[in-house]
Design a protein around this ligand. Structure first.
Ligand code: PEP
Ligand code: MN
Length: 264
């Protein structure tokens, strides 16, 4: 069992508002991967127009196949530097390797640890030794207890700036990419004071048609934020092309959920 003293309600964890001054439920949006400056800039403009403050986007992509686009890596750092400077957007980006934590500290506002790395304890400990906000995704095959253990690896080193991210788990059900475990979200909300967000894109996959009702259900459940992938030209995207929302789809999504979300 995870240590209920480390994670219990009596422990104060900074909420998203404390970390960034952003009211919740917030929206984190952006491409699956940064591909070039023009793409990043076009998406950033749309986020700013929609008063979204947190932009996601990967440079180091954890791809299942080595033959797929691996992200721009170090070559893309200048893109996020420019976007941060030009728009004041806060950047959420994934770090895969413990040797790149320093890069995450310098070039991001939030370090994402992805599903495939939830069990990477050296990486968890390394980000735990910083005070940088960490968005930790649940492993696709991880139980809730294992997810909590991963969180403990980070806080035990001293970093409490953690956002837990449910992105769906693998099950026999294949109508969506990954099944959102709503009970776990309710348990986390009940037993801890950690902020929890839901990654709608990696859970629903190409079922963009049910994004709105699921988003509403998540807000009703009390989540602190929603993550969605947005691309200026999803059809031509170098990764996750089927699940990324076009700018127009993103606008529609926001207008349909606006009243439920706290877009500041
Ligand atoms: C991502 O958010 O870019 C990603 C790869 O997601 P996950 O780690 O949840 O698969
Ligand atoms: Mn993706």
């Amino acid at each position: 069992m995870y240590n209920d003293k480390l994670l219990s309600k009596t422990q104060e964890f900074p909420c998203i508002k404390d970390m960034f001054g952003i009211n919740t439920p917030c929206v984190i949006a952006g491409p699956c991967a940064f591909e070039n400056y023009e793409q990043a800039d076009m998406i950033a403009q749309n986020l700013v127009r929609n008063r979204i403050n947190l932009m996601r986007g990967g440079l180091f992509k954890p791809r299942t196949s080595q033959y797929n686009f691996q992200g721009l890596g170090h070559d893309g750092l200048e893109i996020i530097n420019c976007i941060r400077k030009k728009y004041g957007l806060r950047i959420v980006t994934e770090i895969l390797d413990v040797r790149d934590v320093e890069i995450g500290l310098t070039h991001s506002d939030v370090i994402q640890i992805g599903s495939r790395n939830m069990f990477n304890t050296p990486l968890l400990k390394e980000v735990g030794r910083t005070q940088h906000p960490v968005l930790l995704k649940r492993g696709m095959m991880a139980t809730l207890t294992e997810f909590m253990f991963a969180v403990e690896y980070i806080i035990n080193e001293g970093n409490k700036n953690i956002i837990m991210c449910e992105r769906g788990v693998r099950t026999f059900e294949n109508s969506v990419r990954n099944l959102i475990d709503i009970s776990s979200i309710a348990i986390i909300k009940q037993e801890t004071s950690l902020p929890v967000i839901v990654d709608l894109s990696h859970s629903l996959g190409n079922r963009k048609d049910i994004l709105q009702p699921i988003a509403k259900a998540m807000v009703a459940l009390g989540v602190d934020g929603l993550m969605v992938e947005v691309h200026n030209n999803p059809k031509e995207a170098l990764s996750d092309s089927e699940q990324q929302l076009s700018l127009k789809e993103f606008d529609i999504f926001l207008s349909s959920t606006e009243k439920l979300l706290n877009i500041t």
